[in-house]
Design a protein around this ligand. Sequence first.
Ligand code: CO
Length: 250
Amino acid sequence: MAITIKSEREIALMREAGKILADVHNQLSEIIAPGITTLDIDRKGEELIRKAGCIPSFLNYEGYPASICVSVNDEVVHGIPTDSRRLEEGDIVSLDAGVIYEGYHSDAARSYGVGTLSDADKQLIEVTKQSFFEGIKMAVAGNHLHDISAAIQKYVEGYGYSIVRDLVGHGIGSNLHEEPQIPNFKPIGRGPKLRPGMTLAIEPMVNAGDWKIWILEDDWTVVTRDGTKSAHYENTILITDSGEPEILSL
Ligand code: CO
């Protein structure tokens, strides 16, 4: 499968999917507090997604058992919500969610501090978020895909953090995962040329320590090998012909 160029009709549906997902994230951010469980977040998220007339795209995706990925501290991504995990003051919690609206997907992730964070943890979250914005400065038609990757890596490594390498961003549309894969570090080659109508999920995952990860016995939860904390930030974007991308999920 080649990289698909979306029609105006498809873009309109993805805009709506993105808007709904942004709203879901905003509402979920308001319940983040010490004492709630990661399952509380999943329940609320699924309710909000369905109320908006959407389907939670992660639920049952390759067997994933929830609607929202909730990953705490050294968990990088794909944490499984459970009623036995309560958020504590000082935790970093990352929420990743996807919705399907009229057959079209959007995918976005945010990391938050629970209560008051250490300055180091605050910075990890901020740098992760900003690395997305540094990356999409390069998300301009005519540039190459890996220009985005390189910009993210450069920014993150400038702070002494590392970019997770085993997981990448992706094209998105009528499927959650489409071509191309989008590394957050510079691979060999320039990658495909960016063209108007491409829709991409850009999602830097940043570790405070080393980039190496493990996957836990549940076969989903990705954790840092060295036990350092991790943060995640993701939006679905559209390559336009105007010189800057449109962020669909903000
Ligand atoms: Co994604």
